[in-house]
Design a protein around this ligand. Sequence first.
Ligand SMILES: [Zn+2]
Length: 172
Amino acid sequence: MDYNYTIKKNKRSKNLRIKIKSKNNILVTIPYYISYKQGEIFLKEKEPWILKHLSNIKENPLKFKPYTESKKEAKDLIIKKLNFFNEKYNFKFNKVFIRNQSTIWGSCSSNKNLNFNYKILFLKDSLQDYLIVHELCHLQEMNHSKKFYSLIEKTIPNYKSLQKELKKYLIN
Ligand SMILES: [Zn+2]
C-alpha cells in the first residue's frame, strides 16, 4: 500500500510522533535535534502499525464538487430552506454566508449572521434540513441546551437519528 508522509521538526517536541489523518496525510513530528533521515528510519520501523491503521481508515462516503462551482447553488438552496423553516420560527437574522470549511457544517454568530458550509449541498435532504434548523434555532438559544433541542424538535422530530447519521460524514 502507498502512502504519503511529511516529516516536520518541532522545537517543542521531545519524542518522535506519527499522526495518521488520511492516506495522503501522515505527519511525522521529530524534535529539532533529530535528523530527517532518522525520522524516516523511525517511520519505516513503524510501517506495520501505519499499514494496519491505513486499512481501517474509512473513505468519506460523500463526494464534494469544488467550492467555486457549487457556492451559488449551495447559497440558493440554503436560503430557500432557511425561509421555509423560518415561517414557523420567525427569528430575525442578518446575513447568510457560505464558506468552504473542513470541520464544521455551520455556525451562528452573536450578531445574528449565519454561516453554512457549502458541502451541505451534497447531503441528503433530511440532513440539510436538520443543519439549517440547527443554526436557525441558535438565533434564539446560543447553546445546546434542552430548550435548544426542543426548538429543533418542533420542525424536526427525528433530529436525534439525523445527528447520528451526520457523524458518518464528519469532514476532516
Ligand atoms: Zn450548534
